[in-house]
Design a protein around this ligand. Structure first.
Ligand code: GDP
Length: 458
């Protein structure tokens, strides 16, 4: 260019796609895969139950369990052996728990399952948010023991918060494992009382009762997890086992023909197979193939997919719903971080600094006021933001405006609000365009105060 206005930036070179992934996908007889999240109060028995489940389907070998059992007995905590399968640190895993457990994946003849991490402690809610956003369904573990249910289900317990959260994150199907029923001699009335209270709450939280299954079980003894119970005191129940229920729920339909969206879970600098960056993530929408050019948001940098793994196997392409590891070339690691979106260069995700959302408030210690500073969570992202306008409170059922410009929001209200990021903003879409990128969680001081869906980008 000679003088005058600067030459426009050259268009990005976009590598041609070699295969039609949609056609290829239709040809293969893939085993259905499903992701689920385990939620519930601390000590409800989540780790024990999953450890037992994995053990009973043969994903953990007997020797490993024996080793754990011996060690835990030495410490006077015999039943902890099962929980250790799930809770084991890297060091413990190094002592023999199979790789499948480390990635929390297991397989039955019908399906491949990934258990998304969901620790039960209050501080771990952000992790749970990251997990639940990818979940096809959730297992809600309820402690049915005397006093156990009551403490987990009260206002300060996490049972309700977790259930509200997964619902706000788009999870529609729940398996309610009414656990530790061995400790109350499989008492039918106890089960019915718990089912009644939990179902009342879940219906109010927006779950369709048809999508919720209640299963009496014991993670400790294994009753009704994988095998139907032979317990004589449990003849009153003839529903499915927990595994049966996991296999029966249809996973969310995969949007494999839409524009590519991959949520980046982690970034590893040195490419394992020689690319310049390796990322792990999940394909939320569309499909991706080796050799293809992708666009990283919010940096706006292009990258080339050098090689990939899908659910731990080397692959040429991947479709929505898959967990992937991508080795990328032509991009500097500084342009990528956890929470970024890899997308179709011809239809990238915009980065927005403010947006309008419909939210539901949780149990609040203090009302939400105009101008309040919050932390906005979505998947791996947590960003400082500000409530820039309380637009209106609305009726949860029909969306009608109840009050315009309320002075504050109280517990359990539905409202329209405008939120602005304090920093440069994040890649975002409306809920209408993306169920994954159009949902947000608002927290402050370690408490979840609201969850909602994005209606408009500014
Ligand atoms: P988490 O915090 O939800 O992962 O709970 P854990 O799996 O660590 O279990 C908490 C406690 O409950 C431990 O002492 C377990 O031994 C006990 N526990 C777990 N499942 C059962 C069960 O099915 N029956 C009985 N009686 N106790 C259980």
């Amino acid at each position: 260019a000679t003088g005058g206005a600067p030459a426009p930036a050259p268009p990005i070179k976009i590598a041609r796609k070699k295969v039609n992934v949609v056609e290829e996908y239709a040809k293969v007889d893939v085993k259905e895969s499903a992701n689920f999240v385990i939620i519930g109060h601390v000590d409800a028995g989540k780790s024990t139950m999953m450890g037992r489940l994995l053990y009973d389907i043969g994903a953990v070998d007997e020797r490993t369990i024996q080793k754990f059992r011996k060690e835990s007995e030495k410490m006077g905590k015999g039943s902890f052996a099962l929980a250790w399968v799930m809770d084991s640190t890297d060091e413990e895993r190094a002592r023999g728990v199979t790789v499948d457990i480390a990635t929390n994946q297991f397989e039955t003849p019908k399906r491949k399952f990934t258990i998304l991490d969901a620790p039960g402690h209050a501080d771990f809610v952000p992790n749970m948010i990251a997990g639940a956003a990818q979940a096809d369904f959730a297992v809600l573990v309820i402690d049915a023991s005397t006093g156990g249910f009551e403490s987990g289900f009260n206002v300060r317990g996490q049972t309700k918060e977790h259930a509200l959260l997964v619902r706000s994150l788009g999870v529609q199907n729940l398996i309610v494992a009414v656990n530790k029923l061995d400790s109350v001699d499989w008492n039918h009335e106890r089960f019915e009382e718990i089912e009644m209270q939990v179902s009342q709450f879940l219906t109010n939280a927006g779950f369709d009762p048809q999508n919720v299954q209640y299963i009496p079980c014991s993670g400790l003894t294994g009753e009704n997890l994988v095998k139907r119970s032979a317990e004589p005191a449990l003849t009153w129940f003839n529903g499915p086992t927990v595994l049966g229920a996991l296999e029966s729920i249809a996973p969310t339909a995969r949007a494999i023909e839409k524009s590519l969206r991959i949520s980046v879970q982690d970034v590893y600098k040195a490419g394992v197979t020689g690319g310049s960056v390796t990322i792990s993530g999940r394909v939320d929408a569309g499909n991706v193939q080796v050799g293809e050019t992708v666009h990283a948001a919010p940096s706006g940098e292009p990258a080339t997919v050098k090689s990939m793994q899908v659910n731990d196997d080397i692959a040429d392409w991947a479709v929505a719903g898959s967990n992937v590891v991508l080795n990328l070339n032509d991009i500097d690691p500084m342009h990528l971080k956890a929470g970024d979106i890899l997308c179709d260069p011809l239809n990238p995700v915009p980065t927005v600094r403010a947006f309008r959302a419909r939210i539901i408030t949780f149990d609040l210690a203090r009302p939400i006021t105009n101008g309040a500073t919050i932390v906005l969570h979505r998947g791996r992202i947590n960003e400082a933001a500000r409530i820039q306008a309380l637009v209106a409170t609305i009726d949860r059922a029909d969306g009608q405006i109840i009050k315009k410009k309320p002075r504050h929001l109280a517990s359990g209200q539905s409202a329209v609000v405008e939120i602005a990021f304090l920093g440069n903003g994040i890649p975002m879409e409306t809920f209408k365009d993306s169920k994954d990128l159009g949902r947000v969680i608002l927290r402050t001081g370690g408490d979840t105060i609201a969850a909602g869906i994005v209606d408009e980008l500014f």
